[in-house]
Design a protein around this ligand. Structure first.
Ligand SMILES: Cc1cc2nc3c(=O)[nH]c(=O)nc-3n(C[C@H](O)[C@H](O)[C@H](O)COP(=O)(O)OP(=O)(O)OC[C@H]3O[C@@H](n4cnc5c(N)ncnc54)[C@H](O)[C@@H]3O)c2cc1C
Length: 507
């Protein structure tokens, strides 16, 4: 088994999500009970398989007079959500009066507030979840090659049996042969389907979703908040992320492709207006935005004329004329069940016995992802602090590596200088860069700073102050020349602000 990715793992939509593993309350409104049930089952599984990356998150949902979803409807929805989460591992919702909402979140708009609910979902580290899934595959002997693009597909006797590959970092070309090939390329799905059959009709209707980041103290909230935008009644979130908060998302049709999808001033203004109406004392402006991300939802085409938010979140599995499997649509939350369903179909087509397929399905629901081997993580925090690391660094390690925190501590035993922070305003340390190169397929400074340790979004300079040290540590692991190290750091410094920061027009 082999996985190739034209960029880094999770470079696409999977590092630009709302970072929720959730049933999707709003799908209840659309009557998509099957999707909510499947998502809540997956939420339960992922909380158990990767407790360091998928964490319980309490949400406050305030209801104001005139909101699109009235209180009675919310209450029915909440009961249904609890019922569909049957035998779940999160607490049930609690109904709140106006006082109850304000006790939990005093800075929410009091005017017209009539009550609300406290409920639970899960928040995840989207990019690291993808990397963990790829590592779990590698542990079962899959070959993983990021920065490797499929450029052409070749048929033998009418069946696609070979792919031409390009190493995107070196330009080197190669070929692989296979018995079955899967196109699981999110917003690139139609582009890759065209490699099999240029006459294929598009099956996707991608929409753009943007998030903006602030310092959490600017809003002063403790919980995640679910609310409906006063501008258009869409469901949105304010989500805590350590000392930061992010707000999202937009949902608009776009002509941007997946390589160049960008946050615009209109996106930022829409999000600012929505959140300022919810937190009237915050007066957030563009100057407060410390970071942004924009992604394309790889949504299946719906009926002509349907609005972006009404497009289906379900997935679909197709087989092209040359036999290539395509899996499209769906959500991050349901990745495991989508993959399992696909592998079952492929196994059947290849004549695999039913028991083998059932065993693989059961294993994916049972075996923890790397770092998720221990359900309780407190011991690793103590271990890290006992190794002399400050408490914030220990917490950061446990949230990123779970039970594999021990692997990071082992690196420190061999080289204590790796305990040094890589950035003056962030707890990440040098050992993580070494770990990223040795175990997590990191190939560039951006791979480390964006999708492995997240300084790109978690520091006000987008991690630029760490670029040189990351290039140095990565260069040692990957055998880079001095010149290459300097170029790699400079390339990151040049691109980071534009890619991850927000520069208000005129600055
Ligand atoms: C704003 C936003 C918020 C979201 N929030 C949530 C959420 O909170 N919870 C949730 O469950 N879901 C959420 N989603 C949906 C979820 O993020 C996506 O469904 C999921 O990440 C899609 O993953 P993917 O692997 O299909 O696509 P991607 O993550 O985009 O991966 C596709 C990969 O294919 C590779 N590729 C493309 N072409 C080639 C080629 N020729 N050769 C080799 N590789 C190739 C790319 O490099 C890329 O890495 C959100 C989506 C958006 C946009």
């Amino acid at each position: 088994m082999a996985l190739v990715d034209r960029h880094d793992l999770a470079w696409g939509t999977s590092s630009r999500s709302s970072r929720l593993v959730h049933g999707g309350l709003r799908y209840l409104e659309q009557g998509r009970l099957g999707l909510v049930f499947e998502s809540l089952r997956e939420r339960r599984q992922l909380l158990a398989l990767a407790p360091h990356l998928v964490r319980p998150q309490p949400f406050v949902l305030p209801v104001h007079r005139g909101d699109r979803v009235p209180r009675w409807k919310l209450e029915i929805g909440m009961w249904l959500y609890d019922i569909l989460a049957w035998r779940g591992n999160l607490p049930r919702h609690r109904r709140l009066g106006k006082r109850g909402v304000l006790n939990l979140e005093p800075l929410l708009r009091e005017r017209d507030l009539v009550g609300g609910a406290l409920y639970y979902d899960a928040q995840c580290d989207d990019a690291r979840l993808v990397i963990a899934a790829a590592r779990a595959a590698a542990q079962r002997r899959a070959a993983i090659a990021n920065w490797t693009r499929v450029t052409r597909l070749h048929a033998v006797d009418g069946r696609i049996a070979k792919a031409e590959l390009e190493d995107m970092l070196t330009g080197e070309l190669g070929q692989v042969s296979f018995r079955a090939v899967v196109n699981a390329t999110g917003p690139w799905t139609d582009e890759v389907r065209a490699l099999e059959d240029p006459g294929n009709h598009p099956i996707l209707r991608p929409t753009k979703g943007v998030h903006i980041l602030f310092r959490r103290e600017r809003l002063g909230h403790q919980h995640a908040i679910t609310f409906t935008s006063p501008i258009d009644g869409r469901v949105m979130f304010v989500l805590p992320w350590g000392a930061l908060s992010y707000v999202g998302t937009t949902d608009t049709d776009t002509a941007d492709g997946p390589e160049d999808v960008r946050t615009t001033t209109e996106d930022v203004h829409y999000l600012l207006r929505s959140v300022n109406a919810l937190f009237p004392s915050a007066h957030l402006t563009e100057e407060d935005v410390t970071g942004v991300w924009a992604g394309l939802r790889p949504l299946l085409r719906g009926p002509e004329g349907a609005g972006p938010s009404a497009v289906s979140r379900e997935h679909r599995i197709d087989r092209g004329p040359g036999g290539m499997w395509t899996i499209a649509g769906g959500k991050l939350t349901t990745w495991r069940s989508m993959a399992s369903e696909l592998m079952d179909e492929i196994g059947r087509a290849l004549g695999q016995p039913r028991e083998t397929r059932a065993a693989a399905h059961a294993a994916s629901a049972r075996e923890p992802l790397p770092g998720g081997e221990s359900p309780t993580l407190a011991g690793f925090q103590e271990l890290a602090e006992a190794a002399g690391l400050p408490a914030p660094t220990a917490t950061h390690l446990v949230r990123h590596y779970g039970a594999e925190t021990a692997a990071i501590l082992n690196l420190l035993r061999d080289d204590p200088t790796l305990a040094q922070p890589i950035h003056p305003a962030h707890p990440a340390i040098g050992a993580e860069v070494v770990h990223a190169a040795r175990r997590e397929f990191a190939m560039s400074v951006d791979d480390v700073l964006a999708r492995r340790v997240h300084l790109a979004w978690e520091t006000s300079d987008q991690g630029v102050a760490a670029a040189a040290i990351v290039a140095e540590l990565l260069g040692t692991e990957l055998d880079w020349s001095t010149e290459h190290r300097q170029e790699a750091a400079a390339a990151y410094r040049e691109a980071a602000r534009d890619r991850y920061g927000w520069v208000p027009p005129g600055h």
